[in-house]
Design a protein around this ligand. Structure first.
Ligand SMILES: Cc1cc2nc3c(=O)[nH]c(=O)nc-3n(C[C@H](O)[C@H](O)[C@H](O)COP(=O)(O)OP(=O)(O)OC[C@H]3O[C@@H](n4cnc5c(N)ncnc54)[C@H](O)[C@@H]3O)c2cc1C
Length: 381
């Protein structure tokens, strides 16, 4: 058994770590306060090849793997979680779905710019009346001659509001059989007539992450924009969300690590009762518990990513990683704020931002309850 990262993984980790420290961390507070999308940082991430790590060079990637991608996502999220989310959606989810299920032409046309970071991908499954029960979606796609006509509303769509967002992968109902809706996956370019960017959501956190509504009205796309097997679009979407779970875990580990780093630093500086609060066992025990849970979550997301790289089944491991890491991050962020006392509640200390940010991790890309349902199903099978 080999727990070592390869030289290539270490290189990606160190590069991402330095980039996070030098470029992202100094901007985190401003990004959250202004809600402005950090295009200059996104461009630099693209220049470093971060969006294309797991894709072959022939499609604009760097020929790496999913362990490398997730080591990068952890470090970038330690800098700012919204940029980890950008990577998750464009690479782990949208880019991967085109890579795995796309035709050669679709990969050349849509994946290559996404892998190069010149274009950003987005993923549209959630609708106003279908979230956890994603299969009950109402967006429809009807074939008319050599076109598909899409109608419906997608909500809470990450990335699509960015000016360089290129495509939305849309899940739409194309029929029914005795099992229920037949759902197909479509590549819908953002500039298609009938594609309207709806409201930008006001959120409690993640202000610099683009979250928009998308309205599709008589939105016509050619037949060859169908992604993969038209009868298996839902399965295609769910299969890439499995990787999304690993990404969510890596993001959670990144922000939890930031909480721990800030807490150790603060505890060594803050003096009460005549000594640094770090010297009190009650504080050290909290820090020790934070370190334990971060380490376990990190090992679990790496194991899931490694299994994926081996081409082995990893549904259980990825689900455990998402559930454990996201719940762990909320507890770690809460403890970090506690260690900071009243100062931790103030916006000038980053832990207040981390605390608000981590709650979303238990909701997005499948809630904690949905993860438990998946694990329950596996245990019962
Ligand atoms: C900031 C943000 C960004 C997002 N980005 C995207 C994106 O890019 N693309 C996309 O498609 N979606 C995106 N989402 C949507 C996200 O994945 C959904 O919000 C999530 O899947 C939950 O769906 P819901 O909000 O409709 O909650 P609901 O499904 O309505 O759930 C409400 C509550 O009921 C619980 N619940 C539901 N069913 C059960 C059950 N059977 N048993 C027990 N409990 C249950 C849930 O766990 C939850 O606690 C985003 C959401 C947010 C907030």
């Amino acid at each position: 058994m080999d727990f070592d990262l390869t030289d290539e993984h270490r290189m990606i980790r160190d590069l991402s770590r330095d980039f996070a420290d030098e470029v992202i961390v100094p901007r985190g507070e401003e990004m959250e306060r202004t809600g402005e999308y950090p295009y200059d940082i996104i461009d630099q991430m693209a220049g470093l090849g971060m969006m294309g790590i797991p894709f072959p060079e022939e499609y604009g990637g760097s020929g790496g793997d999913w362990v490398g991608m997730h080591v990068c996502i952890e470090e970038i999220s330690r800098g700012d979680i919204t940029l980890g989310a950008l990577l998750d959606v464009t690479t782990s989810v949208a880019g991967q779905e085109i890579f795995v299920f796309g035709t050669e032409e679709q990969k050349q046309r849509w994946l290559t710019p996404i892998a190069q970071g010149k274009a950003i991908g987005a993923f549209g499954l959630t609708e106003p009346d279908s979230g956890s029960d994603a299969g009950s979606l109402r967006t429809t796609a009807v074939q008319q001659g050599d076109e598909w006509v899409l109608n419906g509303t997608k909500q809470f769509v990450t990335n699509i509001g960015l000016k360089n967002a290129s495509v939305l992968l849309v899940a739409a109902k194309t029929g029914e059989d005795k099992k229920g809706n037949i759902i197909s996956a479509f590549i819908v370019p953002k500039d298609t007539p009938g594609f309207t960017l709806g409201k930008r959501y006001e959120k409690m956190s993640w202000k610099a992450s683009a979250t928009h509504e998308v309205i599709l009205e008589e939105c016509r796309i050619p037949n060859d924009y169908v992604l993969g097997d038209p009868r298996r679009g839902f399965a295609h979407h769910l299969s890439v969300l499995e990787t999304g779970r690993i990404s969510m875990a890596a993001m959670s580990v990144g922000v939890a690590q930031a909480c721990l780093d800030e807490s150790v630093r603060y505890a060594k500086e803050r003096v009460q009762f005549g000594k640094p609060i770090f010297d009190f066992q009650g504080v050290q025990f909290k820090l020790a518990d934070m370190a334990v849970s971060i380490e376990l979550a990190r090992n679990q997301y790496l194991k899931a990513a490694w299994l994926k790289d081996q081409g082995r089944k990893h549904t259980f491991e990825a689900t455990v990683a998402k559930l454990y890491a996201t719940e762990m991050a909320e507890k770690v962020a809460s403890d970090a704020l506690q260690i900071h006392g009243g100062y931790g509640y103030m916006d000038e200390y980053p832990v207040s931002r981390y605390y608000k940010a981590v709650k979303l991790m238990q909701i997005v890309e499948g809630t904690s309850e949905v993860q438990r349902m998946i694990l329950g199903r596996i245990l019962g099978s």
